[in-house]
Design a protein around this ligand. Sequence first.
Ligand SMILES: C[S@@+](CC[C@H](N)C(=O)[O-])C[C@H]1O[C@@H](n2cnc3c(N)ncnc32)[C@H](O)[C@@H]1O
Length: 323
Amino acid sequence: MALSDGGLALPEAGRIAVFAPRAGAELAPLPAGLCHVLTGFRPDHDHFSALGHACAVEPEGRYSAAVVCLPRARTLARDLIATACDVTDGPVIVDGPKTAGVEAALKECRARTAVSGPVSKAHGKMFWFTPATGQFDDWRCGGPAPLDDGFVTAPGIFSADGIDPGSKLLGDTLPRKIGARVADLGAGWGYLAARILERDTVETVHAVEADHAALSCARRNLPDARVQFHWEDAARWRPPEALDTVITNPPFHTGRDADPALGRAFITAAAAMLAPGGQLWLVANRHLPYEAPLADNFEESVEVAGDSRFKVLHARRPSRHRR
Ligand SMILES: C[S@@+](CC[C@H](N)C(=O)[O-])C[C@H]1O[C@@H](n2cnc3c(N)ncnc32)[C@H](O)[C@@H]1O
């Protein structure tokens, strides 16, 4: 709509940076060969790579235009807009649903520069502007920084302000003996992997995380030769050898909505990663229905700890058909 009758014109040549599109976003109206998809989230990266788009985690060089697919977190949204302004010689196009705060973003951008549009459809809006140098520099957010306890986190990643109470509960519940080969699925900035490494009997910890920024923090938080870092979709990743234990505080949100399908995919994947006598330790918000997928994928499963908010579930012996 913006290109056909909304007044938006793309430069005739040069690459177009597309910041943080989520899998399923429609990039077809943009000239495919010129798009450079920039995302640190591995499933989105895999999705757009499979469609034939060039993908990277960070901008590379300069662009003739940029599209920012607005994330929900305001600091991240501002950071992406500022980054786009920094690397783009032509229009910066901001696209997002109301739920991502696109109206507030429009208002804030209008206060700083001449904005064209918006073009509105359903619950979304798109607007664009050509920024002057440095006009949005103060929107850049700081990089990784240490918490009081020394762990390094970064804006926008899970539990950036401190240790997640669910993960703390799981860390405190784990027994001393968990075997030699362990994986932490959705390892975030590495808290649970750090707890796993307290055990001398652990020989390998696979820290599997889809968010590139979170995994970069984990690399700094886990300076231990036993850790292998994997920027991967945990639902698809498979270990080089069968594991003794999988530990996870699985993701439970897609965008705004709670999505237990993600946790279910982690449970199925964990069962496929484990040796016949292997075990899974999982913490989840109490209302999330993981008991059925655990019963479906493991011979035994039981709640071993919990409070009003969280439950720690322990499952053993993946069902033969699941491995
Ligand atoms: C509830 S957080 C737990 C983080 C960390 N283990 C902790 O305890 O602080 C879930 C993590 O899973 C990551 N994640 C989301 N989808 C993923 C996927 N498909 N594959 C791997 N990790 C994913 C998120 O980025 C987030 O860091």
